[in-house]
Design a protein around this ligand. Sequence first.
Ligand SMILES: Cc1cc2nc3c(=O)[nH]c(=O)nc-3n(C[C@H](O)[C@H](O)[C@H](O)COP(=O)(O)OP(=O)(O)OC[C@H]3O[C@@H](n4cnc5c(N)ncnc54)[C@H](O)[C@@H]3O)c2cc1C
Length: 402
Amino acid sequence: MARIVVLGAGFAGLWAAIGAARKRDEIGAAGSDIEILVIDRNPYHNIRVRNYEVDLSEVVLPLSQLLDPVGVDHRLGDVETIDVARGTVTIAVNGAHDVVVYDRLVLALGSGVPRPDIPGLAANAFDVDTYAAAAKLEAHLAALGRSAPAPGRTTVVVVGAGFTGIEVAAEMPDRLARAGIAGGRIILVDPNPVVGATIGERARPVISEALAALNVETRLGVRVEAMDAAGVRLSSGEVIRTQTVIWCAGMRASPLAATLPVERDRLGRILVDPFMRVADLAHVFAAGDVASSLVDGLHATVMSCQFARPMGRFAGHNVIADLVGQPLLPLRIDWYVTVLDLGGWGALYTEGWDREVRTTGAAAKATKQIINHQRIYPPLTGRKEDLFAAAAPTVQAAPARK
Ligand SMILES: Cc1cc2nc3c(=O)[nH]c(=O)nc-3n(C[C@H](O)[C@H](O)[C@H](O)COP(=O)(O)OP(=O)(O)OC[C@H]3O[C@@H](n4cnc5c(N)ncnc54)[C@H](O)[C@@H]3O)c2cc1C
């Protein structure tokens, strides 16, 4: 029996595993011929892009619901080491360590928000990078809502005015209202001189308009120098009293990528070919935020579920094809869009690598809601046929504009 091990059950890993099961089925092999094993530190698939939202009740889906119907095994474990020479992975489970042997590996451990060594940050900053972190923030806001008035109680500081920070800040008026906090103050901090520095000039005026309408203040061209439970100190000298700092500054590939003897980009991502094979590493595939691929021969994939999901589907198909000596399928995507949630103001829909603004406000919000509530969800019917259909190695059309 051969074993495919998929590390990570996020957007890339989930679809790699189901895509591999689909291809296994297609070639007429059984689970007793080719075992597919997913390892994740959590027993659920997190719809991570929704972790900033007001309502977190539907952002985690049990892996058993998605993987059992297609005959994919899953183990809970923290991946500690990958030994590509031996073809093994070490995982930690409840304090014990275990070695898992693979014939083919799909690395899909995603990314994380880096937490720099700023005094007080580790102990005091929240984030929305994982479901656990988002749930912790939600509980904190609810507790603040029940607490007595105190300095900084109704002020939220969001650090990082990129995609995630903007979505967090724009959603915050509704989140504070839900927590019963009136008169909240939301402040978006970034070392760049503009909000959305990486998002592009065309989109920026829309974002500024939305943030102004939502009464989100900005502090630009400044860094956070220190924080504690009572507030943050900025490089401008300003001290903001707050009990809620949310760290959203950047994304970096899983640190395990750096342990492999391969080339990486400035985000720590492993370079993969159009088949999701890791260059110069036999039997290892990578997909999602941990990997970078030239998606149209020119542009590298962006850390996003827009790319992680198809990368996963193609990696899953190809890892089985590679195992049994069938031709691999290249991933090519000729469209790129961004749909940025701007809370109660609406959203922003851009098309193309230059991010041409196509729709804004309520129209873009309708698209965003379809993406966040339908498009990126796996079928929840528990039917193998539905899961296999969604895992086919094809590229979806761009989301429809409203
Ligand atoms: C708040 C927020 C909003 C976002 N909004 C958008 C958006 O609007 N559009 C968009 O396209 N993208 C968005 N993204 C980015 C998107 O979520 C990621 O690009 C996507 O999740 C990448 O998928 P992935 O499978 O590579 O990684 P992930 O989804 O992060 O999955 C990685 C998996 O690996 C597991 N894992 C990691 N390390 C270990 C370990 N050592 N041991 C065991 N398991 C491990 C994790 O538990 C996780 O299940 C957003 C991200 C955030 C945080």
